[in-house]
Ligand binder design. Structure first.
Ligand code: NAD
Length: 408
């Protein structure tokens, strides 16, 4: 978490695309955010004590429209991390052709240590402190790690503008399908790339991170006939050779508060089915598809050589370092990059924003059909660019994104 070199690494991955396109001016512009706001938020704890919580909102680039990007609550988040994530958002929105720019927010806090009332006070304080610079025509935040619909509802309510936030609950102007959008978007992209590579189910999958994104992608893949053999959260994971029951495993984790011992096959969770594994062991499993869906820079030069998957679907932002990218490529492992794989979240966020602005409420079918079209056309564009330039999918995705940023 909050790896010091995250922004530098992200820029060096973008530079590879810049060299192929000659887009030096855009690269110059992308070196720094247009604006980075640092906040010191007073939080009154339930015991009466006052704490000052550090937070940021980084508004990286608005060439295509209002800044857009999630807010992360994490004790180790840093300004550098938020900047790198805002930079990725800029390119992600450009890649999928959304009329939005890139931003990101971070609050240095472990929400598990706060009561619900404290969490609400902090969320409202963050939104209030930014009331001059966020809004449906300026900057539209959304959920990210450790934030959810309830937090978005509080933040939108605080500045009295529902269209200023996405990822809200349905009764507060949220969109159908937003919760599972990132996972579903990744699923659509994966189908296209598997078809191009000629890989067919049954395929085995390991998923690191069992939160919003990791759970939904695991569930969708399991339903489509993939065998999910391992999942993990921050405390470690489970491995079940015959394939886990994703829903039952989530139920078990909710009941026990941890994944350990949740070896669920069919409707039964039994100690005899599987074993506990660490997060690093999960990454090195001999599976067909590895899905990092937790945090950045987990595949590095230290472990890339041990990755045995045929394909990496990057559902987390920035999970692979540039050095690891090179090693994976030498090993012939295909990496579907984050800005393509996880762009379903911001796509449905954009739909939610549009619905709020037009005072509409779209059906789940309409949302998912729109998502499918966006994901499939973006995946096709990236694949075609990679083929014509004889380059990897990440570089191709950055090329498409930079071209779209330029055109605007
Ligand atoms: P979340 O908070 O719902 O889940 C995060 C999961 O990662 C949890 O299961 C947590 O236990 C696990 N985790 C935390 N630290 C870990 C570690 N060191 N090792 C292994 N697992 C760890 O967050 P989320 O919304 O699912 O986001 C996950 C990733 O997807 C992040 O990189 C986020 O930026 C990215 N993302 C999210 C969305 C979205 O719509 N939520 C959209 C695009 C990208």
């Amino acid at each position: 978490m909050a790896v010091k070199s995250f922004k530098k690494d992200t820029l060096s991955q973008i530079e590879k695309a810049v060299k192929l396109t000659g887009a030096e001016e855009i690269f110059k512009i992308l070196q720094e955010p247009q604006r980075a706001i640092e906040l010191a938020l007073p939080l009154r704890r339930d015991n009466g004590k006052l704490e000052i919580i550090k937070a940021w909102r980084v508004q990286y680039n608005n060439f295509r429209g209002p800044y857009k990007g999630g807010i992360r609550f994490h004790p180790q988040t840093t300004r550098e991390e938020v900047e790198a994530l805002a930079l990725l958002m800029t390119l992600k929105c450009a890649l999928v052709n959304l009329p939005l720019g890139g931003g990101k927010g971070g609050v240095v806090v472990d929400p598990r240590e706060l009561s619900e009332a404290e969490l609400e006070r902090l969320s409202r304080a963050y939104s209030r402190a930014l009331s001059d610079v966020i809004g449906s025509a300026k900057d539209v935040p959304a959920p990210d790690v450790n934030t959810n619909a309830k937090i978005m509802d509080w933040m939108a309510d605080e500045i009295n503008e529902p269209a200023a936030f996405t990822g809200k609950s349905l009764d507060k102007g949220g969109s159908e399908g937003r919760q599972e959008a990132t996972g579903l978007g990744g699923f659509f992209v994966l189908q296209i790339i598997l078809e191009k590579l000629g890989l067919k189910t049954p395929l085995t999958v390991a998923v690191q991170g069992f939160g919003n994104v990791g759970f939904h992608i695991a569930e969708l893949l399991a339903k489509a006939g993939f065998k999910i053999v391992a999942v993990s959260d921050s405390r470690g994971g489970v491995y079940v050779e015959q394939g886990i029951d994703v829903l039952k495993t989530m139920e078990c984790k909710r009941e026990k508060g941890t994944l350990a011992g949740c070896y669920c096959v069919g409707s039964v969770c039994d100690m005899n089915f599987g074993k506990t594994i660490s997060n690093s062991e999960l990454l090195e499993l001999p599976v067909d598809i590895l899905v990092p869906a937790a945090l950045e820079e987990v595949i590095t030069e230290d472990n890339a050589d041990k990755i045995r998957a045929k394909l990496v679907l990057e559902m987390a932002n920035g999970p692979t370092t540039p050095a690891a990218d090179g090693i994976l490529s030498q090993k012939g492992i295909t990496v579907i990059p984050d800005i393509l794989a996880n762009s379903g979240g911001v796509t449905v966020s954009a739909f939610e924003w549009e619905q709020n602005l037009k005072n509409e409420h779209w059906s789940l079918e309409k949302v998912n059909q729109g998502l499918k079209e966006k994901m499939e056309s973006s995946a096709e564009a990236v694949w075609t660019e990679a083929q014509s330039r004889k380059t990897d999918l990440r570089t191709a995705a950055f090329i498409v994104a930079i071209n779209n940023l330029y055109e605007n």
